[in-house]
Structures are given as structure tokens and as C-alpha cells.
Design a binder for this molecule. Structure first.
Ligand code: PGA
Length: 256
């Protein structure tokens, strides 16, 4: 954790019921540390966004979606646009999560279109990248990360400008939902590489401000050690974000 304000983000994926969602946001709001030293965000499924909006806002919890389409409107059956997300109170959107990439075949090129659309309307993108176990074992981690950054942020490269509010989430695929966390050292190594890439392409002032989250089996037991690393600015939490019992100690890691 450097001088950047930490961000703890909960990615609920396709879980919970509407009443559980409201209850969870309320519980986090009531029991989070009173200081504003840590930003907190939740990314519920689309159908819960409107229902938790008031609670999230009262609890100073940022609201994010887990995905969006890159067009503003039109004949795209089953899709949701960034404008629609803003309409229900979202300030952020997770883009290019590894489950989108691996299960739904989303390519970096598509992620780039979504990032561009999000930024254009003022939604803050949380851009996910990460290598598979196979890629790590073949010592291709940095090559893969570089390729995903170049592919997913093409529009920033073309403009020679990266908005400083952009959030990157490094999520090694082998650590997601597996209980196998990257060691703080392994994560730091990749975070430093990502920050170095941003500095090279967009300059040091930008790279100094961009927050890079770690994701993959983050728990109350490992959050503090991860957050001690200079280039880890927060966490994107999946499984442990679904219950107040496990999410709160992560949100309150500074106070513990
Ligand atoms: P996990 O998921 O914390 O359950 O490993 C993280 C994520 O996919 O964002």
C-alpha cells in the first residue's frame, strides 16, 4: 500500500437473493470502520443494483456492475449499457473479469471497447487481468499481463492518456475461488510490473495514482499481509465478500 487510498471491492458474481443483498449492504454499512481511510465498493448482480442503491449510498459504499455492453443503446437483446448502470446508481464497472474471458469468450479487444465506452460516459472501469496456471508454469506471466494490458487498454494507448481514476485488478486465474492465494511477494512482483508498464506508457505521475487491486482467494487471514506490499492498493474479493462475517474484517483491515 503506497500513498494511494485503499479500495476493498466485493464481486458478488451470480450469488445471493435480493433480501440477502440488501441485508449484506446494510450490515457492511453499519459495521465498517467510521473513518474514511478505505474506499468500499460492492458489485451485485444487475437485478439487485436498484434495490441496494439507497443503502449503499447511505453507507458510503460505491456501487459497481460486473459487466456491461459497449454500446449506449440499441438492438442488443439481453445486454445492459453503461448509461443504464449509471441510471441505477453505479459509479464503477468491472470489465474483463477472467470468468468473462474464459467462460464467455471475451477478448481483450472487446474489453477495450467496453473500457472506452465506460470512460466516455464517466463510469470508472475496474479492468481485470491475470494469467492462468499453465501460463505461470510456462513462465509466461509477464508476457500475458503485458498482452492483456496492451489489448484491453488500446484506446488509452491511442489517446496517449490513461484516466487516473482507472482501476486495474490483477487476478491470477489459478487463485480465483481456489483457496490458493498468490503470496504477497508473487502479487507484488506482478503489481510492480503493471505499474512499471503504466509509467512507461503514460508517465510516472499517472502510474503513481492508478490503484491496482489484487484478487484471488482474499480472506480476513491474508488481507493484511497483501496490503503491506507497496504496489497493492486494495482487493477484489469474491467468495469472502458474500457474508458480512468475512467481508467486514477485510473492509476493516486497517482497524484490526
Ligand atoms: P475469489 O474471487 O475471492 O472467490 O477468489 C475473486 C474474483 O474473482 O474477483
Amino acid at each position: 500500500m503506497g500513498s494511494r487510498k485503499p479500495l476493498i471491492a466485493g464481486n458478488w458474481k451470480m450469488n445471493l437473493t435480493l433480501s440477502q443483498a440488501v441485508e449484506l449492504v446494510n450490515a457492511v454499512g453499519t459495521n465498517r470502520a467510521k473513518s474514511d481511510d478505505v474506499d468500499v465498493l460492492v458489485a451485485p448482480p444487475f437485478t439487485f443494483l436498484g434495490a441496494v442503491r439507497q443503502e449503499a449510498s447511505a453507507a458510503r459504499i460505491f456501487l459497481s456492475a460486473q459487466n456491461m455492453h459497449f454500446e449506449i443503446k440499441g438492438a442488443y437483446t439481453g445486454e445492459i449499457s453503461g448509461r443504464m448502470l449509471q441510471d441505477v446508481g453505479c459509479t464503477h464497472v468491472i470489465l474483463g473479469h477472467s470468468e468473462r474471458r474464459s467462460i464467455f469468450g471475451e477478448k481483450s479487444q472487446t474489453v477495450d471497447l467496453k473500457v472506452k465506452a465506460a470512460v466516455m460516459i464517466g463510469l470508472i472501469p475496474i479492468v481485470c487481468i491475470g494469467e492462468s496456471l499453465e501460463e505461470r508454469e510456462a513462465e509466461k506471466t509477464f508476457e500475458i499481463i503485458k498482452g492483456q494490458l496492451e489489448g484491453s487498454l488500446q484506446n488509452f494507448l491511442a489517446d496517449d492518456k490513461m484516466p487516473r481514476s482507472t482501476i486495474i485488478a490483477y487476478e491470477p486465474v489459478w487463485a480465483i475461488g481456489t483457496g490458493r492465494t498468490a503470496t504477497p511477494g508473487q502479487a507484488q512482483e506482478v503489481h510492480a510490473f503493471i505499474r512499471g508498464w503504466i509509467a512507461e506508457k503514460f508517465g510516472k505521475p499517472t502510474s503513481d495514482e492508478i490503484r491496482i487491486l489484487y484478487g484471488g482467494s482474499v480472506t480476513p487471514a491474508n488481507i493484511k499481509d497483501l496490503m503491506r506490499e507497496p504496489d497493492i492498493d486494495g482487493a477484489l474479493v469474491g467468495g469472502a465478500s458474500l457474508k458480512a462475517d468475512t467481508f467486514l474484517p477485510i473492509v476493516n483491515f486497517l482497524a484490526a
